[in-house]
Write a protein that binds this ligand. Structure first.
Ligand SMILES: *Cc1c(COP(=O)(O)O)cnc(C)c1O
Length: 398
């Protein structure tokens, strides 16, 4: 495409796409591996992956083959009927997790909404109608729908949309004393991201997760892990809570699960799943045969030990190279696997803008953190390119 037609396209987009995001002044057209190309053929190394979604990168041959094959089968059946891909995906997820049962969704927010309903129904079914509170944490992000937004304690996101869901108690992330004060016999569930994404790439300590499990058990509350961003191999283990040894009662997935196709999942113990009876929760599109065929392929690839080892190795190298950047603007490098944050002492927007000029797609996590959540197939050569370019960009900003 010519520059003139790109400009025309951008104008048409500005005129007709709801402006709920600040978008760039280029238009993405295609991708290959860890690279994406805009309509004018400019190449970018992708450190965003559609916000931690495109785990296998772009134009993955196995993914294309799976999609082509699935496209000739049934696309949609509704949940009135079983389909083999959905059954196989649910069984595979259960085999590799704490879960006994899976409820499929179309997105991360929808998974969290459903998790809240499963948790409430669990207590309701036991005759415990007094419980009505949900404990969430500072800097959490659980989605934009009303229930998920209610447990995302950020004024800019919440305030214009009040009143939200009542009964939300906010405790301080990684502060067990604060959680202890918040969790009681009124608590339905405690929900957190084992590694916070949007909130700035903040890993929970093992002691915090273990302490929450103990408090939930003592006070009869359910523990929900929102692994929409940090799950599915992102942190170098299939599930980001693995180093803590803690098991949740409910766990939400989305983002990388479909490798770029929209799907989410709520993972449940039998005790929780059995509280919801036919007709009490649903989703028309969710878990259809097409999408679960694709997600089945992605799940199989990501859960291979060699794939996860690659994420750990490349992630360690990324942290090492970022730590070596010698700039007065750098405050901290944190995260695990290929979920890494670079905290700066300044607003990161100009750095992200400069990244585009240098052929890098970057995204923030809050005002001061550059977040690296690339396709999980990135290689050390991509890390080297990133570190060199960031060194140049930061030197120009300092
Ligand atoms: C992205 C995200 C969500 C919301 O997912 P959507 O698919 O955008 O609804 C929820 N929780 C976490 C941790 C996320 O990162």
């Amino acid at each position: 495409m010519t520059a003139a037609s790109t400009t025309a396209l951008l104008d048409l987009g500005a005129a007709h796409i709801a402006q709920t995001y600040k978008r760039t002044d280029f238009v993405l057209a295609r991708g290959e591996g860890a690279y994406v190309y805009d309509t004018e053929g400019k190449r970018y190394t992708d450190w965003v992956a559609g916000i931690a979604v495109n785990a296998l990168g772009y134009s993955d041959p196995g993914m294309i083959e799976t999609i082509q094959k699935a496209a000739t089968g049934l696309l949609h059946t509704s949940n009135l009927y079983y389909s083999e891909p959905a059954i196989r995906l649910a069984a595979a997820i259960c085999e590799k997790s704490f879960a006994d049962k899976v409820f499929f969704t179309n997105s991360g927010a929808e998974a969290n909404e459903g998790a809240l309903k499963f948790a409430r129904k669990y207590h309701y079914e036991r005759g415990d109608h007094a419980r009505h509170e949900v404990v969430c944490f500072t800097n959490a992000f659980h989605g934009r729908t009303v229930g998920a937004l209610s447990i995302t304690p950020k004024e800019k996101y919440q305030k214009p949309f009040a009143p939200l869901m009542p009964g939300v108690v906010v405790a301080t992330y990684n502060d067990l004393a604060s959680a202890e004060a918040a969790i009681s016999e009124r608590t339905v569930a405690v929900i957190l991201e084992p590694v916070q994404g949007e909130g700035g790439i903040n890993p929970a300590t093992n002691e915090f997760l273990q302490g929450l499990r103990r408090l939930c058990d003592e006070r009869g509350a359910l523990l929900i892990f929102d692994q929409v961003q940090c799950g599915m191999g992102r942190t170098g283990t299939l599930w980001s809570n693995e180093p803590s040894g803690v098991k949740p009662d409910i766990q939400c997935l989305a983002k990388a699960l479909g490798g770029g196709m929209p799907i989410g999942a709520i993972l449940l113990t039998d005790a929780v799943a059995s509280a919801m009876h036919p007709g009490e929760h649903g989703s028309t599109y969710a878990g259809g045969p097409f999408i679960t065929s694709v997600a089945g392929y992605v799940f199989d690839r990501i859960s291979q030990p060699s794939f996860l080892a690659h994420v750990r190795e490349t992630g360690d190298y990324l942290k090492e190279r970022l730590t070596e950047i010698n700039s007065p603007l750098v405050k901290e490098v944190r995260g695990r696997g290929l979920m890494v944050g670079l905290e700066l002492s300044v607003d990161v927007s100009p750095i992200i803008e400069a990244g585009y000029d240098h052929g890098l797609l970057l995204v923030n996590a809050g005002p001061n953190v550059v977040r690296f959540v690339p396709p999980l197939i990135v290689e050390k050569q991509h890390v080297d390119e990133l570190a060199d370019k960031l060194t140049t960009i930061l030197a120009a900003q300092a």
